[in-house]
Write a protein that binds this ligand. Structure first.
Ligand SMILES: Nc1nc2c(c(=O)[nH]1)N[C@H]1C(S)=C(S)[C@@H](COP(=O)(O)OP(=O)(O)OC[C@H]3O[C@@H](n4cnc5c(=O)[nH]c(N)nc54)[C@H](O)[C@@H]3O)O[C@H]1N2
Ligand SMILES: Nc1nc2c(c(=O)[nH]1)N[C@H]1C(S)=C(S)[C@@H](COP(=O)(O)OP(=O)(O)OC[C@H]3O[C@@H](n4cnc5c(=O)[nH]c(N)nc54)[C@H](O)[C@@H]3O)O[C@H]1N2
Ligand code: SF4
Ligand SMILES: [Mo]
Length: 823
């Protein structure tokens, strides 16, 4: 049982319950008898009452785990008694996990937020003393405060603050519409962007992640998993890997930790945390040295032969040589003709440059001075970079023996090869370069565009038929997105990008940033500058606990929504299966109430059905035969053939040149940030050590452990944190430590230890694990603060990020560990 509900930071259970009005949670979690569930169990034991017939409806499970599993929701006497797997039309997508079967607990969780609640007057934020209020009062207070704050400080002073918590479309659309209408700021979540931008700047953008479909793994001869703990974090995908292993694929896992999936691998490579880019550059070094490159692919499908000007770092264009650009077809977006100004390349035997398209056998490796302009081929620049990483040198950086680097290079060149980059190696400062390097490595050996060959994180099929412009139809917000890493500074100074930028009120939805973000002490220190913080959630999360107002939202089976994409290429309808419990309301209704109160009723749809129709019934959707009526009738409709998705077929990319642009001509920022981008360092994949977790860092002698997080299969981020059925299996926060190092520190297996650095601390139960690389500590992330004896993991990480990706550095963290003294 979850007996870890300790007192800390004012957020004690007892103070939480000590309220003026009626309040959420009359049953203690610790050791409690869970009345609702006990009642359900009793009902089951005594057999199904004759009067109660089971009704089964299909819904969709939709946390951000990429799964998107269809579920049968079994209802008896108006109560959800069970959830089970519901089939997709193609059985390869059928699955459910332990979280999926524990929805009844989540729905009837005695700790669920049941009523709108306001922080009791005169109490501190986070003190946990709440007053139950009416919906009218809650809506009036939010609307009045938002209008007052905008009047006083400008429209940007209200911020929409979401992270990744739910993939329902109407929830997202409805809030986006409202916050666009009032020109609110957004807080950028700063998650997952380093591998997204690292790959996109090389291959071009086609949605956030773009590897081949998981059912294509079986076509790969060699599968590399780079920091991708698939058996915990994409467990819905494991069966595709198992199929591939059965079909004879070789599995190579690159991870500092001997994870469950590493145990299934043919080769496990315990790379030093934060050094994948050095390893990848070294593999390329071997590939070039041994001439394993795919020369034709490099010439025809990459920018390798493009000439790069030494003076500007830009591609040499024919216009630089006096050849006037010509007009191409009209661009439908701008209504203007495209300008065709080909990039110059050299071809064998010629002494003058020619346009790249149509050039036969262009020179890959060379330096030229053309009309006085000094140039190198992009491939030469790449080779110069990778020449710095022979295996003997790289070994010192990545702790992988030279012979293993050579072996890895041979596997990477032996196609078809699939590389899956997870989110581990990108969660460091400069993480964007791991994906930039990886995407380049795959191109060097031509591993794109055919079955079994791809580089990227998971494939997320994003249905192209939805009207994704709906929420900004009347205009996008004129205010900015402020990344969560910049937020403390913006709140503290009232400035952003050098200008006045006060943010005074925020509305948190689909996120629990005070648990899931980095450096939460810096956030907590800055939040007093916010006059008003509202959270709409069904769980009393860290963020809800720190808010001024908490709104109870209807959970997924209590309202209608639509879901598209993720790891099955289907659009799924989720009907309202039971009525919203207690006083909870669907998010879209909350939006309507707020809009009404703020005089914006005409900006929002007056019913979910209208919203769904406007979102689903599009000309693009019609081409797929998908309409709201058909979807509601069928429950699930496919939009892709049952063949695996293959990305970049024919070696055609979505970059400006349609080629693989491992040399990035114009590196850009991934989002609005106060930081400047050093363009020079971003053209090519380069190794930069982590900003903090590296021996050269001065903090290293004091804090010698690199603190890594893992995804627990018992939670999706912080969701399911209070689910009793899962807490019986996984009762409290833990941290894995290598036994040899634990002994040195006098730490017994199972003892409470304190992990700490100069930013914060966290107390958890030590678990001896030989699977842990010495020098690292590994914790399952996103337990709530009150579930720890003291502190919280998110206190230890820093706000470090690099502007190319605007991504949080979850793993770039140093700390030390000691036996907890009970304080
Ligand atoms: N159960 C569950 N599933 C989830 C989630 C969840 O919270 N719970 N979250 C979902 C989301 S939003 C995401 S983004 C994905 C994340 O999916 P994954 O990235 O697969 O998940 P992690 O558990 O973070 O795994 C990262 C792995 O990287 C390793 N690692 C750390 N540093 C390095 C390094 O420098 N190099 C290499 N090669 N490896 C390193 C870690 O040891 C770990 O095994 O999971 C999704 N699925
Ligand atoms: N240490 C560490 N921290 C990490 C990471 C890591 O690797 N290590 N990974 C990061 C990554 S990749 C991610 S994506 C983030 C995820 O971070 P978050 O998205 O903040 O994580 P969740 O716990 O899923 O929070 C979602 C919240 O939304 C609520 N919610 C669910 N459905 C709905 C809905 O329909 N409406 C409303 N209003 N609320 C809803 C849930 O109850 C939950 O409290 O975590 C990041 N945090
Ligand atoms: S939590 Fe994810 S993997 Fe589990 S049932 Fe739900 S969607 Fe599927
Ligand atoms: Mo994520």
């Amino acid at each position: 049982m979850s007996g870890t509900d300790s007192s800390q930071g004012g957020l004690t259970r007892r103070s939480f319950l000590k309220t003026t009005g009626a309040i959420v949670g009359t049953t203690a979690v610790a050791g409690a008898a869970y009345p609702t569930l006990t009642a359900l169990a009793e009902e089951r034991q005594t057999g199904q009452p004759a009067s109660s017939e089971e009704r089964i409806s299909q819904g969709i499970c939709r946390p951000n785990c990429f799964g998107g599993c269809r579920l049968n929701v079994h209802v008896r006497d108006g109560k959800v008694v069970k959830t089970s797997m519901a089939p997709y039309p193609d059985e390869k997508n059928n699955r459910i996990c332990l979280r999926g079967i524990s929805h009844p607990w989540r729905i009837y969780d005695p700790e669920r937020v049941k009523y709108p609640m306001r922080r009791a007057e005169g109490t501190e934020r986070g003190a946990g003393v709440w007053e139950r209020i009416s919906w009218d009062d809650a809506i009036n207070e939010i609307a009045d405060t938002f209008m007052r704050v905008q009047e006083e400080y400008g429209p940007q002073a209200v911020a929409k603050w979401s992270v990744s918590g739910n993939r329902g479309m109407i929830v997202q659309e409805s809030y986006a519409t409202l916050f666009n209408a009032i020109n609110a700021s957004s807080i950028g979540p700063g998650v997952d962007m380093a591998n997204a931008y690292g790959t996109a700047r090389v291959t071009g953008w086609i949605g956030i992640w773009s590897s081949n479909g998981p059912d294509d793994l079986v076509n790969a001869k060699n599968i590399f998993l780079w920091g991708n703990n698939l058996t915990s974090a994409q467990l819905q995908e494991w069966h595709f890997v198992a199929d591939a292993l059965e079909a004879g694929s070789r599995l190579i896992v690159i991870d500092p930790i001997y994870t469950q999936i590493a145990a299934k691998a043919d080769l496990w490579v315990p790379v030093r945390p934060g050094s994948d880019t050095a390893l990848t550059l070294s593999m390329m070094n071997v590939i070039v040295k041994e001439d394993l490159v795919d020369k034709t692919f490099l010439q025809d499908h990459t920018v390798a032969p493009f000439l790069v000007r030494r003076d500007t770092g830009k591609f040499l264009r024919m216009s630089d040589l006096g050849i006037e650009p010509t007009e191409g077809p009209v661009n439908s977006a701008t209504g203007k003709p495209t300008i065709i100004d080909p990039v110059a390349v050299m071809v064998d035997g010629s002494d003058a440059p020619v346009p790249s398209e149509g050039a036969v056998n262009p020179v890959l490796l060379g330096a030229f001075t053309i009309q006085g302009i000094e140039c190198d081929t992009a491939y030469r620049l790449l080779c110069d970079e990778i020449a710095q990483y022979p295996p003997e040198t790289a070994c010192d950086l990545c702790e992988v023996p030279p012979e293993t680097i050579i072996e890895l290079a041979h596997y990477a060149a032996d196609g078809p090869v699939t590389h899956r980059c997870g989110w581990g190696s990108q969660a460091y400062d400069n993480g964007v370069h791991t994906a930039h390097a990886g995407a380049t490595l795959a191109g060097l050996v031509g591993q794109y565009g055919f079955p079994g060959a791809s580089y990227g994180p998971v494939n997320l099929g994003v249905y192209p038929g939805f009207n994704t412009k709906l929420s900004s139809a009347a205009g996008a917000s004129t205010s900015k997105t402020v990344s969560i890493m910049d937020l403390p500074e913006v709140l503290n100074t009232g400035k952003f990008l050098g200008k006045e930028y006060p943010i005074k009120a925020a509305f948190v939805l689909e996120g629990n940033p005070l648990s899931t973000a980095t450096n939460t002490n810096a956030l907590l220190d800055a939040l007093p500058n916010l006059e008003f913080l509202v959270t709409a959630d069904s769980a009393m999360t860290d963020t809800a606990r720190y808010s001024d107002l908490v709104l109870p939202i209807a959970q997924w089976f209590e309202c209608e929504d639509v879901f598209g994409g993720r790891q099955a290429n289907y659009v799924v309808h989720n009907p309202k299966i039971i009525d919203p419990l207690y006083e909870s309301k669907p998010d879209s209704e909350i939006v309507r109430l707020l809009a009404d109160k703020m005089g914006l009723s005409d900006k929002v749809f007056q019913s979910d059905e209208e919203w769904m129709r406007a979102y689903i019934d599009t000309p693009a959707g019609e081409k797929f035969g998908i309409t709201y009526d058909k979807l509601k009738e069928a429950g699930v409709l496919g939009w892709h053939s049952s063949d695996p998705v293959i990305r970049w077929e024919g070696g055609v990319f979505t970059t400006p040149s349609k080629r693989l642009e491992f040399y990035v001509e114009t590196p850009t920022l991934a989002g609005a940030t106060a930081k400047k981008l050093d363009v020079e360092r971003e053209h090519l994949p380069r190794f930069f050590p982590p900003a903090e977790a590296w021996p050269e860092n001065e903090k290293y002698s004091e804090y010698p452990f690199t603190l890594l997080s893992e995804r627990s299969m018992y939670m999706v981020h912080s969701q399911w944190f209070g689910t009793g059925w899962l807490r019986e299996l996984d009762p409290e926060p833990t941290v894995k430590i290598n036994p040899a190092q634990a002994l040195e520190k006098g730490i017994d297996d199972g003892a409470y230890v304190e992990c700490y650095n100069d930013r914060g601390r966290c107390v958890a139960r030590a678990v001896y694990s030989e699977a842990i690389k010495p020098g690292t500590l590994v914790y399952p992330k996103n337990w709530q603060r009150h579930q720890h004896k003291a502190g919280s993991w998110s206190e230890l990480s820093s706000s470090i990020y690099d502007p190319a990706a605007v991504n949080q550095s979850f793993m770039d963290v140093l700390c030390d560990v000691k036996v907890w003294d009970g304080e």
